[in-house]
Design a protein. Structure first.
Length: 116
């Protein structure tokens, strides 16, 4: 069982940056692949980025490549999402997820609002 708690969301101006964190409980964190998803109002949840258990593999939705970077620190049981060059269309609730194959565990989400 894994519990996930996101933090780092907030209000930022277009072009700004935010770093989201996701703290995980449980001794098996390092065996899970981790991901970030987001859901904007009136839209379906979409995949943002994912990272393998050993940080050797990272994955991004095309629209986030070059702007977002996912990383993890297994010693701290934490996964991060560095978001740069933020756009108003990045406004959404961002969720952290974990799983061995499928994403079975989810956090409660953190709101990111990009607005001037």
């Amino acid at each position: 069982q894994v519990q996930l708690v996101e933090s780092g969301g907030g209000l930022v101006q277009p072009g700004g940056s935010l770093r989201l964190s996701c703290a995980a409980s449980g001794r098996t964190f390092r065996s899970y692949r981790m991901g970030w998803f987001r859901q904007a109002p009136g839209k379906e949840r979409e995949f943002v980025a994912g990272i393998g258990w050993n940080s050797g593999s990272t994955y991004y939705t095309d629209s986030m490549k070059g702007r977002f970077t996912i990383s993890r620190d297994n010693a701290k049981n934490t996964v991060y999402l560095q978001m740069n060059s933020l756009k108003p269309e990045d406004t959404a609730v961002y969720y952290c997820a974990a799983g061995v194959s499928d994403y079975n565990y989810w956090g409660q989400g953190t709101q990111v609002t990009v607005s001037s």
